[in-house]
Design a protein around this ligand. Structure first.
Ligand SMILES: [Zn+2]
Length: 795
């Protein structure tokens, strides 16, 4: 046995001898091997749900990297040449998603060219089939031609995947099967990608890199867990546990950032030869050590993968020796880059894309943050100040978080402050002393695009800019501070303690905001007072949004998103919906129910707006698609659906429950899921427990099917008449539904007011055909109204 073990070590040695950098270089400088060029017929490549048929054409493998080829090209130039790729998403929602992009619920596309990048058994699986058909034969002379034609594609795609491929080739984690990234030149669909990546919770992804209005999108046509993990779902646990971040950073005069990040890392599995982390592409990791010993770092740009990963780049750390299971290691990273941007006139901001320090997932960890920066600036981070001093031209601020948080953001500027204490919480609102240049001449609409993150990440909140503003950022400072404090106090009263006892609000140019734990980025537009111009409903809504909803929404993220966190990207909508609805609750408290009605009406208008194709924005896709809704098809859809429809979903649940039960639900959500992840299904199950007894749809399955997993906003019409004689009257009503999808069914209240006694509320479920219902009455009704209090999102 010892002998075998020694042999195994010897076999592995050449693999480990080459550095990660050498491996990555070999991938991006790879060429084809003309000795491995074949005329092929009827080869099949199956990866779980993906079936690829190389029916008739040529196949050439790349030169080996770490012992074996990692790429191949299939090319069907000859007459009758053909390849075909097939895939059927496993559930209705994904088939629907695919259909919105390719007009078919399943993928069945013929192609004449394809590049494959792979690790694991793909090479062997294809090679093994060659002797099975006498038509298959070696064609080295063609290999030279193919090499010329395809090398640049091979290299550019390889460069995009070099880090990911190297991660596999170095063996992390050891038990995982290899990956396959296939890039097709489809006969009908154009270029598209089919990826099988076992490191992703949804291993199969099909999509297309595309542009619209000069913006690059990665449209995810479909994404789902591969067959084997559907059959045997693995518990979702991070492979590495991270805790205790200590970051020391210097902001230089030119705004570049140099940082040393230390964090304790524990691998869950042993023998880990390489560890992946994520960081924003603007940051370069120059050096890393593990327990004080130098480790190799591999970092590279990868736009395509970056678009799929939510704005972060993968980078690898190769420790001097494999990490052991359950042992805690101290990782130290040196990283630098330009994440701070200058908007002019001493207005600065931190880029919202990606993480500015190395992360592995978004895990709750404590933070000790020390910043050294030019003395005439203010730098804000989460946590309580433990040190703050100025020496010469430099200021040093150190903060520590009282409890673990999911990520630490920072911001800096030449700030004026308004500090308040309310209910035991500290609020510090910072305003720029000057106005960023873009706002000065004339207010304009600035839409800062968020990142289409496929990973478990919250997107920044994108908003519309108001039409007219008065340029003075300090005008609203005191008001804003008191509003933020009031919102915080209100929400703490309803939901319990926020993520941290200190909350700093700092400005960010552009029309978006983001609520990090203990630190909010608030659009500079929120600091400006709107001019009292003619009040059309649209301006009124805009004013309401900027004066009341925006900051309250970001404050609410201290709970929704930073204490309760989403399990996957499909559950992220819930954080936005709850944060926005919490802001509406606060608005209701301050300005009355009518203001909330206005906001809900404007969300409805946005959802019913027509796309270029004539469909409603709402029909772009169900809310659970989250960041996938931000596609080239209808870029507006993401915002309208996540915020607008999300708010409506919570509103409808509130109306079904009644206020008392609804507020108990919010409180229970925080009690049960604070510091934990929640899934959409977990939310449904909990919400169902707060329905009044004997409710229709007691598990809320039909409700979620309609509003959360489906699309469609119905038009409802009520007709009624009174039959019989008092005191035994019957109200006979008919509820007619139109303009909704085939399977649409909603439950709507019919309120019947009578002269004496309580208003009767009858909930009626609509269907494709008109529904008739009867209510017994003792006296004739004064008024019969269908859904008078916005209990249903309808046209
Ligand atoms: Zn938000």
């Amino acid at each position: 046995m010892r002998w075998l073990f020694a042999l195994a070590l010897l076999v592995r040695l050449p693999l480990l001898a080459g550095s990660a950098a050498d491996m990555a270089r070999a991938i991006r400088e790879n060429t084809f091997d003309s000795d491995e060029c074949y005329r092929v017929r009827d080869l099949t490549l199956i990866k779980e749900d993906i079936r690829i048929y190389l029916t008739d054409g040529y196949l050439i493998f790349s030169k080996p990297v770490a012992d074996r080829p990692i790429a191949a090209v299939f090319f069907a130039d000859n007459e009758g040449g053909d390849g075909e790729v097939m895939l059927l998403p496993p559930d209705r929602a994904e088939r629907r998603s695919l259909a919105t992009y390719i007009d078919s619920p399943n993928l069945d596309e013929h192609f004449r060219g394809a590049v494959f990048l792979f690790t694991g058994d793909v090479y062997d699986a294809l090679k093994k089939q060659l002797p099975e058909n006498p038509a298959n034969k070696k064609l080295p002379e063609l290999g030279v031609l193919l090499d010329e034609k395809w090398t640049s594609a091979l290299r550019s795609l390889g460069a995009g995947y070099q880090t990911r491929l190297t991660l596999d080739l170095l063996g992390w984690p050891a038990s995982r099967p290899g990956m396959l990234a296939a890039f097709f030149q489809g006969n009908k669909l154009g270029n598209f990608d089919v990826v099988f990546d076992p490191s992703s919770p949804e291993q199969i992804l099909v999509g297309q890199l595309t542009t619209r209005d000069n913006r690059l999108y990665f449209d995810t046509w479909t994404s789902f867990a591969a067959r084997s993990s559907r059959l045997h779902p693995a518990p979702r646990m991070p492979e590495l546990l991270l805790r205790d971040y200590r970051i020391q950073a210097v902001v230089n005069g030119d705004l570049s950032l140099n940082a040393v990040t230390r964090v304790k890392v524990t691998p869950r599995a042993g023998g880990t030869p390489v560890v992946p982390f994520e960081i924003a592409p603007e940051m370069t990791v120059t050096e890393a050590t593990v327990d004080g010993r130098p480790a190799e770092v591999l970092q590279s740009d990868a736009l395509r993968v970056n678009l799929m990963r939510g704005g972060n780049n993968l980078f690898l750390v190769v420790p001097p020796e494999p990490l052991r299971e359950g042992v805690e290691y101290e990782f130290e990273f040196h990283h630098s880059g330009n994440v701070i941007h200058d908007a002019g006139d001493r207005v600065f901001y931190v880029s919202a894309r990606g993480f500015w320090y190395p992360m592995f997932g978004q895990q709750f960890a404590s933070y000790d943050l020390l910043f050294r920066y030019p003395h005439d600036l203010d730098l804000v981070t989460p946590g309580g100040v433990v040190e703050d001093r100025t020496e010469g031209d430099w200021r040093t601020t150190r903060r520590r978080t009282a409890s673990p948080i999911r990520m630490a953001a920072f911001n800096l500027g030449n700030y004026e402050h308004a500090r308040l204490e309310r209910a035991g919480y500290t609020v510090d609102v910072c305003a720029n002393r000057a106005l960023e240049r873009v706002l000065q001449p004339r207010p304009q609409t600035i839409l800062t695009s968020p990142t289409a993150g496929m990973q478990r990440r919250r997107l920044p909140d994108l908003i519309e800019a108001p039409a007219a503003t008065e340029p003075s950022p300090q005008t609203r400072l005191e008001v804003l501070a008191s509003e933020v404090a009031s919102a915080l106090e209100y929400m703490a009263g309803k939901f319990g303690p926020p993520a941290l006892p200190q909350l700093t609000v700092s400005p960010i140019p552009g029309a978006f905001g983001q609520g990090f734990p203990g630190l909010i980025y608030l659009s500079t537009l929120a600091y400006l007072k709107s001019l009292p111009t003619a009040r059309s409903p649209a301006t009124l809504q805009t004013e309401l949004f900027f004066e009341d909803v925006l900051q309250a929404h970001e404050v609410a993220h201290q709970w929704w998103g930073n204490r309760v966190t989403p399990a996957t990207y499909r559950d992220g909508w819930l954080m936005e919906a709850l944060a926005n609805y919490s802001a509406l609750l606060y608005l209701e408290k301050r300005k009355g129910a009518h203001s909330v009605e206005l906001m809900l009406n404007s969300y409805r208008t946005d959802l019913l707006a027509k796309s270029a194709g004539g469909q409603t924005v709402d029909s772009t896709g169900p809310i659970v698609l989250g960041p996938r809704l931000e596609s080239s098809q209808e870029p507006r859809a993401w915002r309208s659906i996540i915020y607008g429809k999300g708010s409506w979903i919570i509103q409808m649940l509130r109306r079904r429950m009644g206020d008392e039960r609804f507020f108990s639900l919010l409180h229970e959500l925080m009690t049960r899921y604070g510091g934990k992840e929640i899934s959409t299904e977990g939310f449904r199950e909990l919400a169902a427990q707060f329905l009044p007894p004997k409710s229709d749809d007691p598990k809320l399955e039909a409700f979620f099917e309609q509003w959360v997993y489906g699309t469609g906003i119905p038009n409802l019409k009520l007709a009624w008449s009174i039959k019989g004689k008092a005191p035994s009257l019957r109200l006979v009503g008919t509820l007619t539904q139109s303009d909704a999808g085939e399977d649409s069914s909603v439950i709507a209240p019919v309120e019947i007011q009578v002269a004496r006694g309580r208003t009767v509320t009858q909930w009626v479920r609509s269907a494709t055909d008109p529904v008739t219902f009867t209510v017994a009455l003792t006296q004739p009704p004064l008024k019969v109204a269908l859904d008078p209090h916005q209990a249903v999102l309808r046209r």
